[in-house]
Structures are given as C-alpha cells and as structure tokens.
Write a protein that binds this ligand. Structure first.
Ligand SMILES: O=C(O)CCC(=O)C(=O)O
Ligand SMILES: [Fe+2]
Length: 259
C-alpha cells in the first residue's frame, strides 16, 4: 500500500510513477530529515508561530499562506506577493542546516527525468513549504485535495495528477496517524458526499480506512491526495509538518510543486 524506503537515496522516478498510476497509496521515507535538524528548526518555527500567528483559539495555525486559503483576487495577489518571502522564511528557520523542503525540491529535480520546479499560476510563482501546526485534540477530517478548486480554470488544463508531501517535525505519542481510504471520488461524487459541509467529509458516512500509518519526526510521506485521507487527533501534543503539493503533467513534463 505504502512503499517504504529507508533512505532518500533509494527514491527513483518509478516510485513516484507508482503513486501517480495508483499502484501504491504513497511513499514513506524514514529519517528524511536528520533529527538534529528537526530539533534545531522547531525552536525557530515555534517562535514564529507564537509571535506572528493567530490567536490560540484557531485550530489550524500555519506559517506561510497556502493556495487553498485564497478566497478572492486580492488574496491571490497577496499570496504571490509574499510567496518568495515565505519560502525564505522557512529556509532561514533551518539555517545553518539545509531546509528539508529545499532537499525535497532538489531530490525531485534529480530523480524526475525532466526535473521539477516551482508552480506558476498566471505566470506568477507560488509558495512552497507551508508549516502546519495541528493542535492537540484536533483531527484533520477525511478529505481530498485538488488544485483545480483553487486556481483559475484557464490555468489548470495540463495538470493530470496531484501528489502531496509532508515532512514531519513533531508527532504526538498518541494519535496523529495518517489514514487513507481506497476511494478516489470524482469531483461530482465528492461534492455529493460532502453535502452541505464547507470542507471535508463526515467520517461516519465512510467505511473504515484501508490503511493507517504513523510517521515519526524527520520522516517524509508522499501520498496521492485524491484518495480520501485524514489525520487522527493528536492527543498529547501539537502535530507539526511541512507540506507541499506536487503536480504531475505527464511522464515527459517537469513536476511542479506548491503549497
Ligand atoms: O499531515 C498529514 O499527514 C497529511 C495531511 C494532508 O491532508 C495531505 O498531505 O494532503
Ligand atoms: Fe490533504
């Protein structure tokens, strides 16, 4: 279900193609980011989080702005305006170590035959490397992710598949498992399942998940986010991950990443 690799040097383009083609749910690379690097950056990132982020009642706190948050053309312009600053903020939080998001970008460029680059929407560069804090007690309800929901229709014709990558910085001792269902609803089916909900699906309407995986700090998981997936509540601590999406435009086209 998941392809498990014990080091990043094992990753090749076939692994990625297997996820794109639905032969596996995803790839789990253990210890992608050394634990010293994780611990070092956590202090810096947590400080940013408490200084610059929203009030404590917000369940999902992020550093960096995600494309998914864009609700208006003003938001869209702002997203692109701050994209490079946000990339550098994450990069600098890891200094003097290399940021695992940068490592991911290099790795994808190296293993994918035609390389990998930042996604552009309307000719403007996107941000990549959002840092998500999931507070204790909160879950991430079952959902799918689709770029098409957040970009102008004239700009999305070539995207064939979407992948999602998470690099974990903190994982609670209890809970925080990633769950996946072997269900890839069409957009129409998804909206039907969604009913009146603004985001995600009611767990009660779904069968039990096909698989559940508990990452450790420093691990990387790449998954197919068009399969329904969810994250169990983290019971005893915050759950922190750096996240990126990766677009697949065909075997002979470069991959493109964004957050
Ligand atoms: O945090 C995770 O493990 C998965 C989050 C998620 O929804 C995604 O990667 O699309
Ligand atoms: Fe997701």
């Amino acid at each position: 279900m998941f392809q498990s690799l014990s080091s990043l040097s094992e990753l090749n383009h076939e692994h990625i193609l297997n996820v794109v083609n639905g032969q596996s749910f995803g790839i789990h690379i253990k210890n992608f980011c050394p634990i010293e690097t994780v611990e070092h950056a956590k202090d810096v990132l947590y400080q940013h989080q408490s200084q610059t982020m929203l009030d404590a009642s917000t369940p999902y706190v992020r550093i960096g702005k995600g494309l998914i948050e864009i609700k208006s053309e003003t938001d869209r312009a702002h997203y692109h305006e701050v994209a490079l600053d946000n990339i550098r903020l994450i990069r600098n939080s890891f200094k003097p170590y290399a940021s695992p998001i940068d490592q991911l970008r290099l790795l994808l460029d190296e293993v994918w035959p035609t390389g990998a680059k930042l996604l552009q929407v309307n000719g403007k560069k996107c941000f990549v490397g959002i840092c998500r804090f999931q507070r204790a007690g909160m879950d991430l309800i079952p959902h799918t992710d689709k770029l098409e929901r957040n970009t102008p229709s004239h700009d999305q014709s070539e995207l064939l598949k979407q992948l999602s990558v998470n690099i974990y910085l903190e994982i609670p001792e209890h809970g925080g498992e990633l769950e996946m269902w072997d269900i890839e609803p069409s957009e129409e089916e998804y909206q039907k399942l969604q009913g009146d909900r603004k985001y995600g699906l009611d767990r009660e309407t779904l069968p039990p998940p096909a698989t559940s995986i508990k990452p450790q700090p420093g691990d990387l998981i790449l998954l197919n986010p068009r399969l329904i997936h969810a994250v169990r509540p983290s019971s005893d601590s915050v759950r922190v991950a750096l996240s990126a999406f990766v677009g697949y435009f065909g075997e002979n086209q470069p991959l493109a990443y964004w957050s």
